[in-house]
Design a binder for this molecule. Structure first.
Ligand code: UDP
Length: 457
C-alpha cells in the first residue's frame, strides 16, 4: 500500500454526494502517497467506521443533529441546527483523535462549512479549504461576499451584462442562480457566500479543477488566495491509471442497476449513436420539462440512455419507458455507472444539468455536451461549456427557465452531427488531453498534490 504512512489527515466533505466524491478521490491519492486519512461524514444515521482494503482511509460518521427519520436534505433547510450540532461532533472527534498514537495534522474541509475551519484552528490543526465547486462560480460568490457585486432585488431590474475580472461578460442567465436575484434560495445563498466569511484564515485552498481549464480565473484567484488546483478528481482508471484499483468513486449512496445490463445495452449500439441523459443527484425538473425533454429525445430519433432517479420517474410521459424498451431505442435506468457510460464508444453526446462533476467527467472522457443547467453553479458552467471551452451547446430556455422540445432537439442534433458539433468534439478531445496531463506524473495538479504532501510531512 505505497510508502509507510507518515501523517494523519482528516477530510470533511459537505455531506452531499457531489461533494463527497471529489474528497474521496483526493483521499485515495494521498493515501497512496503514504498518508492515513479519516473521512468524516456528518449524518443523522450512525454507521460503524469503515476501512477500505485498498487504501489507508477510514470513513466515520459524526452526528449532524438530526433524527434518523428526518430527510437528509433537512440540514440545508435548518443550517443553524446542522452547524451547532456538527461543530460539537467535529470538536469531539478531533479532540479524541488528538489523544491517539497518530494524531491528525490537518483538516481538509469543504468551505460550505466554515465552522469547521474555526474548530480545527482552535484545536491547532493545519487547515485546508477544499472547494469541490469550480472557481468560475466561487469567484462570483467571492465578489458578493466582498460587496464588489450586488445581487439585484429583481432579476429584471439589471438586465445588463455582469463584468468580473478574468471572466467573459455574463448575462443574468449565466450567473449562478443565487446571484441573479436577491431572496431567491436565501439559505443556499448564505451557504455559498459564507464560504468566504473566514477563508482568509485557511492555510491553503485546494480546488477540484486544473490550471489549464480556467487559466484566467485561476490566475486572478491565485493573486488573492493561497490556491492549488488538484483536479480533475475523477477515478484514476478514467485518467492517468496510476491507481489501477481506482475504478469508481466507491462511496455510492444510490442503488445501482446491474451495471452490466446498461453496458451490454450500450455495447449493442453503433459508435457515437446514443444520447446519454442525466441530471445528477439533486436537480428535479418540472413535470412539463421532463415530458418536453422526453419528446425532444424521441423527436431526434437517436437511441438514448437516460438516468432517472425514482423520485423523477413518474414525470415521464406514460408508456415512454416501455415503448423505448420494446422497440429497443432507449433505456431508462435509475442510476448508471456514469463514468463507464461516458467512456463507452457508443455515446455520442451527454445531455446534462452541467453539475461540476458531470462537466469534469465529460471533458476527461472527451464527450461533447448539451447543457440544460438548472441552478447553483450550473448556468455559469454552461456559459463556459458553450462560449469559452466550446465543447457543447446550451439549450435556450424562456424567462421561466422552460426549454421547448424543438430547442432541445435542435441542440442534440447540432452536437451529434452538426458542423459545430465536430468542432466541439475536437475541442473536448483537446481538454481531455490537458486533463490527463494535469494529473499525470509531472503535471500541474500532480505537482500541486506533491507539494501539498510535502507541506504535511
Ligand atoms: N452519477 C452517476 N450515475 C448516474 C447519475 C449521476 O454516477 O446515474 C454521478 C456522476 O458521475 C457525478 C455525480 O453523480 O459524479 C453528479 O455530480 P454533479 O456534480 O454532476 O451533480 P450534482 O448531483 O451535485 O448536482
Amino acid at each position: 500500500m505505497g510508502e509507510a504512512a507518515h501523517g494523519h489527515l482528516l477530510f470533511f466533505p459537505y455531506p452531499l454526494q457531489g461533494h463527497i466524491n471529489p474528497m474521496m478521490q483526493l483521499s485515495k491519492r494521498l493515501s497512496k502517497k503514504g498518508l492515513t486519512v479519516s473521512l468524516l461524514i456528518a449524518s443523522n444515521t450512525h454507521r460503524e467506521p469503515y476501512t477500505s482494503d485498498d487504501y489507508s482511509i477510514t470513513v466515520h460518521t459524526i452526528h449532524d443533529g438530526f433524527l434518523p427519520h428526518e430527510h437528509p436534505l433537512t440540514k440545508i433547510k435548518d443550517p443553524l441546527r446542522f452547524n451547532v450540532s456538527t461543530t460539537r461532533s467535529l470538536t469531539d472527534f478531533i479532540s479524541r483523535e488528538k489523544l491517539t498514537s497518530n494524531p491528525p495534522k490537518a483538516l481538509i474541509y469543504d468551505p460550505f462549512m466554515p465552522f469547521a475551519l474555526d474548530v480545527a484552528k482552535e484545536l491547532g490543526l493545519y487547515v485546508v479549504a477544499y472547494s469541490t465547486q469550480p472557481w468560475l462560480a466561487s469567484l462570483v460568490y467571492h465578489h458578493i461576499n466582498e460587496g464588489t457585486y450586488h445581487v439585484p432585488d429583481d432579476k429584471h431590474e439589471n438586465p445588463t451584462l455582469a463584468s468580473f475580472p478574468a471572466f467573459p461578460l455574463l448575462s443574468q442567465n449565466d450567473l449562478p442562480s443565487f446571484a441573479r436575484e436577491k431572496g431567491s434560495y436565501p439559505l443556499l445563498f448564505e451557504l455559498v457566500v459564507s464560504q468566504f466569511s473566514n477563508l482568509r484564515r485557511a492555510d491553503l485552498i485546494l480546488c477540484n479543477t486544473f490550471d489549464q481549464l480556467e487559466p484566467k480565473v485561476v490566475k486572478w484567484m491565485s493573486d488573492q488566495w493561497p490556491v492549488k488546483n488538484i483536479g480533475p478528481m475523477v477515478p484514476s482508471k478514467f485518467l492517468d491509471n496510476r491507481l489501477p484499483e481506482d475504478k469508481d468513486y466507491n462511496l455510492g449512496d444510490f442503488k445501482t442497476e446491474p451495471d452490466e445490463s446498461v453496458l451490454r445495452w450500450l455495447a449493442s449500439k453503433p459508435a457515437r449513436s446514443v444520447v446519454y441523459v442525466a441530471f445528477g443527484t439533486l436537480a428535479a425538473l418540472s413535470e412539463n420539462q421532463m415530458k418536453e425533454t422526453a419528446m425532444a429525445i424521441r423527436q431526434t430519433g437517436y437511441s438514448f440512455l437516460w438516468s432517472v432517479r425514482d423520485s423523477e420517474r413518474s414525470k415521464l410521459p406514460s408508456g415512454f419507458v416501455e415503448e423505448a424498451l420494446e422497440k429497443d431505442y432507449g433505456l431508462v435506468a435509475k442510476w448508471v455507472p456514469q463514468l463507464e457510460v461516458l467512456s463507452h464508444d457508443s455515446v455520442g453526446c451527454f445531455v446534462t444539468h452541467c453539475g461540476w462533476n458531470s462537466t469534469l467527467e465529460a471533458l476527461c472522457l472527451g464527450v461533447p455536451l448539451v447543457g440544460m443547467p438548472q441552478w447553483t453553479d450550473q448556468p455559469t458552467n454552461a456559459k463556459f461549456i458553450e462560449d469559452v471551452w466550446k465543447i457543447g451547446v446550451r439549450v435556450k430556455a424562456d424567462d421561466e427557465g422552460f426549454a421547448s422540445k424543438e430547442e432541445i432537439a435542435r441542440c442534440i442534433v447540432e452536437v451529434m452531427e452538426g458542423e459545430k458539433g465536430k468542432e466541439m468534439r475536437k475541442n473536448v478531445e483537446k481538454l481531455k488531453v490537458l486533463a490527463r496531463e494535469a494529473i499525470s506524473e509531472g503535471g500541474t495538479s500532480d505537482k500541486n498534490i506533491n507539494e501539498f504532501v510535502a507541506l504535511l510531512t
